[in-house]
Design a binder for this molecule. Sequence first.
Ligand code: ADP
Ligand code: ADP
Length: 233
Amino acid sequence: MVSKSNAGQWARAGVLIGSSRFALTMSQSIVLFGPPGAGKGTQARAIVEATGKPQISTGDMLRAATAAGTPMGLAAKVYMEAGELVPDEVIIGLIEERLRQSDATDGVLFDGFPRTIPQAEALSEIATVGLVIAIEVPDRAIVERIVGRRMDPETGDIYHVTFNPAPPEVADRLIQRKDDNEETVLSRLAAYHSQTAPLAEWYRARDLYTPINGDQNIAAVGAEVAAAVETLR
Ligand code: ADP
Ligand code: ADP
């Protein structure tokens, strides 16, 4: 277990903590919810195209901070490589900062956030969530999806060695995320079940939870996701 750093350390790392909260965006936002490897990133692009809402992926933001070598990124890296969740106050600070940007005023697509009930509670104070698209995938399918995942560092496109192979012209530049190994996946799945899955009930109680069968091919999942997005209009 990585020790939970105190707020002071994170504050020195430049993370905004405990700032006064106010609605940063009034139009409806969408949450893409599901276990690691469910297909959230894969489906995000079509939702962005259909709605014009920008994608906000906390995983991508954390990886960018890690690559840039910022103090926050380096602190977060330890959690990510252990397959544990980065502390809520760091994530909430990141989101607050991101929602202040002008492209967020008409609502956004959250990908991989919120992942805990405290994150969802903080989000409810600063944005209006109109739809939670939950891509449901059983554990037995997750490890194979994650271990076979490959990314194109130039375009951000997501591929899979078996389920969505890259075209030959990009095959040579594909990368594999450091945390996409079998051991870390099991920690990430454990974190999902203990800390994130309870959020399903939280959103169900608010009548926002829209389950999608993620245990079918990418196009079939995409069709269900598109139908769910239509309900927001
Ligand atoms: P997440 O963002 O939820 O972690 P990704 O979209 O990155 O998930 O998908 C994880 C891996 O599984 C990728 O390699 C992707 O190509 C693959 N994948 C996504 N959706 C499906 C699907 N419906 N069937 C099979 N593989 C999928
Ligand atoms: P995946 O959907 O494939 O699990 P992500 O790219 O969403 O991967 O996240 C990678 C890692 O970044 C997570 O395992 C976790 O350590 C961290 N992370 C991303 N989003 C959050 C979040 N909302 N709360 C806490 N940790 C997060």
